[in-house]
Design a protein around this ligand. Structure first.
Ligand code: HEC
Length: 139
């Protein structure tokens, strides 16, 4: 029986598909704290202020928790989830190089945590201020 001939499924096309699949498997939005800071600052249209970020992070905003309730007011150390007690890795990039290296992850947690703490999403200016402050911290 003659082998059916499918010109579409040539060897080189299969290689191209395999290559595309492996590229798609790479972290989708690899980035850095500085890049995320710059992006939020650009969205906000103002210069980030580390001192304002510290104030925001360590204050309560009319609800039960501050950011610091889970991340501590010294985020070069490990935090502890205020309700589950689970350990949270340090938030400061100098103490934890994984921080702010994945824009989708950062956005997801900003959304969730800002809703818990502030009762709304954080503004781009608030996000930029927080990252600017975290970048000043050294272990
Ligand atoms: C109830 C506990 C809790 C509170 C309060 C909280 N967080 Fe978080 N946060 C977490 C947990 C859990 C994670 C995900 C685990 C991890 O990344 O280590 C996280 C992750 C994050 C991340 C992801 C960082 C990255 O790796 O890119 C950001 C940003 C963040 N939090 C910001 C905030 C800010 C800003 C506030 C205050 C508005 C806040 N969090 C308040 C528990 C909390």
């Amino acid at each position: 029986m003659p082998r059916p001939h499918f010109p579409l499924f040539s060897k080189s096309l299969l290689w191209a598909i395999a290559l595309a699949a492996s590229i798609a498997a790479l972290p989708a939005q690899a980035t850095s704290p500085k890049e995320q800071l710059d992006a939020y600052a650009a969205q906000s249209g103002q210069a980030p202020q580390a001192a304002r970020g510290q104030e925001f992070f360590t204050s309560k905003h009319g609800h039960d928790w501050a950011c610091a309730s889970c991340h501590t007011d010294k985020p070069t150390v490990e935090g502890k989830h205020a309700s589950t007690g689970k350990t949270i890795k340090p938030m400061a990039p100098a103490a934890n190089p994984d921080r702010f290296s994945d824009a989708a992850k950062t956005e997801k947690w900003f959304r969730r945590n800002c809703n818990d703490v502030v009762g709304r999403e954080c503004t781009p200016a608030e996000k930029a201020d927080v990252i600017a402050w975290l970048l000043t911290l050294k272990p």
